[in-house]
Design a protein around this ligand. Structure first.
Ligand SMILES: [Zn+2]
Ligand SMILES: [Zn+2]
Length: 146
C-alpha cells in the first residue's frame, strides 16, 4: 500500500463492533455520500449507509484480517467481521476503490457526506431533513426532479 504518512500525514483508525478487526485508512477520501439503496439499508440495518470512497491501496486491515467475512467475489464484495457481523468496507469499481462504512471509523475524517444517493429506493418511514442534494440513483443519473 501507499504509505499514508507520505501524503497527508493523517491516518484514520477504524474497527468492527467486537473490536476484532481493525483497519487504517488515509484521510484522503475522494467522495462521501449517504446511500439509501436497499442493499445498504439491509446490510447495516439502518435507514441509510454513510460511506466514503478511496483508492483500495489506501486502506489496510491492521488486525484481525483472518476474521474477515467476504460477501461477494474477489473484486466486488462487502467485508464484514465474521465474529460480530459489522460491515467495515465494500470493494467496488472492479476492485480499484473501497467504500468505507463511515460508522466504523474511530477517528473523525476530514470529509463529510455531501449527498444522498439511491433516494428512489429510500425507506418510506425515513424522512431526509437536511439540505444535501438528493439523487434518484447514482450521481451520474442526475438529481431528483432533473
Ligand atoms: Zn467484530
Ligand atoms: Zn447502497
Amino acid at each position: 500500500m501507499t504509505n499514508p504518512e507520505k501524503t497527508s500525514g493523517r491516518t484514520l483508525a477504524g474497527k468492527c463492533g467486537c473490536r476484532t478487526v481493525h483497519y487504517a485508512v488515509a484521510d484522503e477520501f475522494l467522495y462521501a455520500a449517504n446511500c439509501h439503496c436497499s442493499d445498504c439499508r439491509r446490510t447495516t440495518g439502518s435507514a441509510f449507509k454513510p460511506f466514503a470512497g478511496i483508492e483500495r491501496d489506501k486502506l489496510v486491515v491492521t488486525e484481525g484480517g483472518d476474521n474477515l467475512m467476504i460477501f461477494g467475489d474477489e473484486n466486488a464484495h462487502d467485508a464484514h467481521c465474521k465474529a460480530c457481523g459489522s460491515l467495515l468496507y465494500s470493494l467496488v469499481r472492479d476492485g480499484a476503490f473501497v467504500h468505507v462504512a463511515m460508522g466504523t471509523l474511530v477517528d473523525d475524517p476530514t470529509i463529510r457526506p455531501t449527498k444522498h444517493i439511491f433516494v428512489g429506493s429510500k425507506a418510506p418511514w425515513f424522512t431526509i431533513t437536511d439540505d444535501l442534494p438528493q439523487y434518484e440513483e447514482h450521481v451520474v443519473a442526475g438529481p431528483v426532479g432533473a
